[in-house]
Design a protein around this ligand. Structure first.
Ligand code: ADP
Length: 270
């Protein structure tokens, strides 16, 4: 249930009174969500065809564009890509909330996952002259590789986006024996978790935003969406995916020095 609580001050026959109103807005929220996902869905087809038309214009099959034309095309392409990302992100979140996205879990090698994610982001890092350093670990996960890849590429893309040219982004993984729980006496020490770390030397995140950025549409700076091309939905999606793997995701950061995102995944019982 979603309940909206408001407080009103009223004058009751000359006596000032406080009126507490509780409003059940569960149905309104449900309709709002349904509306958002319907609109997003309807937007996807025309956007994809607009993108196709822009690609055709850029491919010079219809003639060569002059410099001004290429600039305009590049602006249209960047913004269309941004809209497609936004629509896809909203649809992803809605599906997860309504349980329509199922994870297809399988045995998957953690080192392969880290390498694939890093390779996918290499072009973006090269463009911004950010060095990517990877330190994988050999262990099998029980996971949906597509969804975990989506999480890691999202975290890497943020780390690269919020870094400066010349900075380094590190991605690594370590095995963890326990998560705050000490093993019992005589219990063999088995690695129970994989801890993936993505560390950057970028601008950092203020302390009061460390939790909030995992909520939908939350960004540290209102201009981040315009300047960095984001939607503010990426981390909300990452959190949902990691929760579906019974894992945890969190961040530590120092302003001006960089951020470290952690993803903790339980390993299958050996
Ligand atoms: P998006 O990147 O699409 O805006 P996210 O949900 O992925 O959305 O991130 C939300 C916000 O958190 C970003 O807009 C940014 O303000 C902040 N953020 C995320 N990752 C980092 C990072 N590595 N360094 C600094 N700020 C970050």
């Amino acid at each position: 249930k979603t309940v909206l609580i408001s407080l009103e001050l009223i004058d009751l026959a000359g006596v000032p009174c406080a009126l507490l109103i509780a409003n059940d807005i569960t149905e309104r929220k449900r309709l709002e969500n349904e509306f958002i996902s319907l609109v997003s869905h309807e937007l996807r087809t025309p956007l994809t065809s607009t993108m196709g038309a822009l690609d055709l214009l850029g491919s010079e099959q219809l003639g060569t564009l002059n410099e001004q034309g290429q600039k305009v095309l590049s602006i249209a392409t960047t913004n269309t890509e941004r809209l497609i990302r936004l629509v896809n992100d909203i649809l992803d979140l809605e599906r997860m909330k309504s349980g329509k996205i199922f994870t297809r879990k399988m045995k998957y090698n953690a080192a392969d996952l880290l390498t694939t994610a890093t390779e996918a982001m290499q072009a973006m890092a090269d463009q911004l002259q950010v060095k990517l350093i990877i330190n994988p670990v050999e262990v099998e996960l029980w996971a949906d590789p597509d969804r975990l890849l989506q999480t890691l590429t999202n975290l890497l893309s943020n780390a690269i986006k919020f870094s400066e040219p010349g900075d380094t982004v590190y991605i690594s993984a370590t095995l963890s024996e326990s998560q705050g729980v000490e093993p019992k006496e005589n219990e063999p020490l088995l690695p129970k978790y994989l801890l993936i770390t993505i560390k950057d030397q970028g601008r950092g995140i203020p302390e009061d935003k460390l939790q909030i950025i995992f909520e939908r549409f939350q960004q540290v700076d209102a201009s981040d969406s315009r300047n960095k091309g984001g939607t503010g939905l990426g981390l909300a999606i990452c959190r949902d995916i990691i929760q579906q793997h019974d894992g945890k995701i969190w961040v530590q950061s120092t302003l001006g020095e960089g951020s470290t995102f952690y993803v903790l995944l339980p390993l299958p019982v050996q």
